[in-house]
Design a protein around this ligand. Structure first.
Ligand SMILES: C=C(O[C@@H]1C=C(C(=O)O)C=C[C@H]1O)C(=O)O
Length: 102
C-alpha cells in the first residue's frame, strides 16, 4: 500500500537530514583538500614548478570516472566536478608570488 501523507513527510524530513549531513561532510572534506593544495601551491611557487600538471590531472580524471561508474554516479558529472575544483586550485596557485626563473 502507498504511504500516507504523514509517512511521506517523515521520510522527506529524514532524507533532508542525511542530505544536510552529507553537504556538511563535503564542505569539511573540500576544506581539507584546499588546505593540501595550498601547501602544494606554495611548494610549486617556491621551486618554480608550473601551477598546473596536466599529466596528473589526466590520471585523476581516469580514476574518478572509474570510481564514479562503480558507485553508480554519472562519470561525466564526476569529471565536471573535478575540473571545477582543479580550476579553482590552479587559480589559487597562480596567485602565489613565484620565485624568479634561475
Ligand atoms: C594540486 C596540484 O596542482 C594542480 C591541481 C590539482 C588538483 O587539485 O588535484 C592537480 C594537478 C595540478 O594541476 C598537484 O600538482 O598535485
Amino acid at each position: 500500500m502507498a504511504e500516507s501523507q504523514d509517512e511521506a513527510r517523515q521520510e522527506l524530513l529524514a532524507m533532508r537530514k542525511t542530505i544536510d549531513n552529507i553537504d556538511a561532510a563535503m564542505i569539511h572534506m573540500l576544506a581539507e583538500r584546499f588546505r593540501c593544495t595550498q601547501r602544494v601551491g606554495a611548494l610549486k611557487a617556491k621551486h618554480a614548478m608550473p601551477p598546473a600538471d596536466p599529466k596528473r590531472e589526466e590520471q585523476q580524471v581516469a580514476r574518478l570516472r572509474d570510481l564514479a561508474k562503480v558507485a553508480d554516479l554519472d562519470p561525466e558529472f564526476a569529471e565536471k566536478y573535478l575540473a571545477f575544483v582543479i580550476r579553482e586550485v590552479i587559480r589559487h596557485h597562480e596567485a602565489f608570488p613565484r620565485a624568479p626563473k634561475a
